[in-house]
Design a protein. Sequence first.
Length: 287
Amino acid sequence: MADPVNPSTPAAPAPASLTPELMATFAAFAAMFAQQQNQHALPPPPPVVPPFTGSDATTEFGGKSLPALFPSIDSKIILDIVSHSFMPLDLPRLLSPLAARQDYIAPPSSAPSTEHALALKHFPSFNALLRPLLKYFEVLGAFAASSGKPWEVFAITRSLSDYVSHLTELHQQYKWSAVVIYHVEFHTIRLWDMKSGIYSGWARPDHNLLSRIVYMHPLPPPSSSPHSAAKASSPKTKKTSSLPVEQQVCYDWNNGICKSSPCPSKRRHVCRSCEGDHASTACPKKT
C-alpha cells in the first residue's frame, strides 16, 4: 500500500523551458564542434594551381612552320628528323653548316665497330653530344606541339628529359667511349619506336644494352686515377719548412742573393746539395 502524500512536502520544480535564443546557442556550439571534428578527420585540401599566364610565345612561334622556327637547320634535315630517319651520327649537322652540307654515309650494318669508331670521332666528349642532342629534342618537341595536343607534348618532353638525366648519370659513372656507343644504339632503337608513335622508350634505360656495352667499363675511383697513382708512387720531398729555422738551409745565400753573414734570417749558409761551406753553384759534387 502506497504511503500517503505528505501535504507539507514541497513539490519538485518543473524544468525550465528552452527559449529560442538558448536553442540557437546550443546549435551554434554543436556546429562548431562538428566543424572541428571534421577538420581533424579530413586531410587538408590540395593547393590550388594558378592558371598559366604565358608571354608572347604564341605570337612569336604560333602558326609558323618548322623550317621557319629553325631557320639555321636545312629543311631536308628537319624533314628527316620528323620522319625519324635522322640517324644518331647525323647530330653534328644540327650545329655545323659545313657538316650539314656533307652527305652522311651510314656504315655497313655488318661492321658495327666502324660505327662505334665514328661515334667516338663525332662525339669525343659528353658536351660534344649533348649540344646537338638537345637541339634535336627541341625540333621533336616543336613537331609534337604542332599536333595541338598539350598532354602528348608533355609526355614526350618528359621522356626526352628523363633520357638526358640518364645519359648524364652514365657519363659520371662509366667511360665515355662506352657511353657514346650505348647512345648510338639506344637512339637507333628509338627511331623505330617513334615511327610507330612511341616516344616513351626514351624514358626507360635499356638494361640489355647497358649490360652488353657499358657496365663492364666503370670509371676508376678517384684514388686510383693515373695522376693520383703517380703522385702516390713518387718519393716525398723533404720539406725544410718543417725544421727549425736555425737548421734550415738559406737558399738565397746559395743563389747569391743573401750577402750578409751571419744570415739575417738565421738560416745556415751551407751548400744545399752537400751542406759544405760553399754555395751550391760551386759544389764539387754537383753534376
